[in-house]
Design a protein around this ligand. Structure first.
Ligand SMILES: Nc1ncnc2c1ncn2[C@@H]1O[C@H](COP(=O)(O)OP(=O)(O)OP(=O)(O)O)[C@@H](O)[C@H]1O
Ligand SMILES: [Mg+2]
Length: 333
């Protein structure tokens, strides 16, 4: 039972309110990802849930219990950070067992839990090694192992993979998703990484300046962003925004069109432009096209290799049924 409910929670540091009154319900077993620009309050929110910071007002309920006044250890949550402090002089086994030993758990039960966690995380062959003899990904798994053995009602991850190189991140991302499937424990995960958010989350919470802009499944946010902020934040490369006459034709103040929803042709299309930059990745190609009539540059993404280059004149056609429309306030029409 790992349902977490935040009710009118606020947080101020001195005179500065970083979280205005916020309501959020995270259902048991959900994989919730917090995203938003740097400084928007993601870590603060996680620390409030963990009890590492006190709320300024409001209440937090964890697994059916009123938890606002509980100490971190009483909340039965496990937090995994970006920088995981392992004890260098202890074996992997002892590192993973550490929180249970501190809790004076029975030795046989500690062994059972450590071995089960090592099995889940593919660390069985490394239990007698020290952290210095492990790769970065293996060390991160030990940190997760230390969280798993506590059998928490929820896991809280604050950018746990951002210290790892790109290939390792992909591997760990899959492992954490796999772990979530196996344990079915509630997870809250903070990340800057679009792909992590889209692929791991059952629910994404988009934050701006401490305010929840939208909550939804990854594809809900991608397909029907509630406002320009969410539209611009979810999706990579970013959605193109066009104001002026073209938007007016669509009866909107602003229209948004994702780079992957624009057709590009050498001969015909509704918007003429010149390629400023072309990026050929093999799997896909990105064009940054200067469109003089619109007084803007549009980003276009096409599948596979497409042989246009810098300086070429091209014609762009947005897929009309995939255009997003926004009013003066930036709200979806
Ligand atoms: N202990 C503190 N004292 C004063 N201000 C703080 C404190 N901790 C955080 N803040 C402020 O609260 C705001 C939210 O910070 P927070 O660390 O939650 O952001 P974040 O979304 O996690 O950012 P990032 O993506 O950069 O990690 C920031 O403006 C930050 O400066
Ligand atoms: Mg942070």
């Amino acid at each position: 039972m790992g349902k977490i409910v935040l009710n009118q929670v606020t947080k101020s540091f001195g005179d500065t309110q970083v979280i205005p009154p916020l309501d959020l319900t995270i259902e048991d077993g959900e994989f919730t990802v917090f995203v938003g620009p740097s400084g928007c309050g993601k870590s603060t929110l996680l620390r409030l849930i963990a009890g590492l910071e006190d709320v300024s007002s409001g209440s937090i309920e964890i697994a059916g219990r009123e938890a606002t006044q509980l100490k971190p250890a009483q909340r039965e949550l496990a937090m995994v950070f970006q920088s995981y402090a392992l004890y260098p002089h202890m074996s992997v086994r002892k590192n993973i067992a550490f929180p249970l030993k501190m809790a004076k758990m029975d030795k046989a039960e500690i062994d059972r839990r450590v071995e089960s966690a090592a099995d889940i995380l593919n660390l069985t062959d490394y239990l007698e090694r020290r952290p210095g003899q492990l790769s970065g990904g293996q060390r991160q798994r030990v940190a997760i192992g230390r969280a798993i053995v506590r059998e928490p009602s929820a896991f809280l991850f604050d950018e746990p993979l951002s210290n790892l190189d790109a290939a390792l991140r992909v591997g760990m991302r899959l492992e954490i998703s796999e772990l979530h499937k196996r344990l079915s424990t509630t997870m809250i995960y903070v990340t800057h990484d679009q792909v992590e958010a889209m692929t791991m989350a059952t629910k994404i919470v988009v934050l701006r300046a401490g305010v929840i802009e939208q909550v939804g499944s990854p594809l809900e946010l991608y397909n029907t962003p509630r406002n320009r902020f969410v539209a611009g934040f979810i999706g990579s490369p970013k959605m193109n925004f066009i104001e002026g006459a073209l938007a007016a034709e669509h009866d909107a103040h602003c229209i948004g069109i994702r780079p992957e929803h624009i057709d590009v042709s050498a001969t015909e299309g509704s918007i003429q432009g010149t390629i400023n930059v072309s990026e050929h990745l093999g799997s896909d190609t990105f064009f940054h096209v200067n469109c003089e009539a619109l007084n803007t540059t549009l980003t276009v993404r096409v599948d596979g290799e497409v042989g246009f280059n810098r300086g070429d004149t091209v014609f762009l056609t947005p897929k009309s049924d995939l255009i997003h429309r926004f009013d003066e306030q930036g709200l979806r029409l």
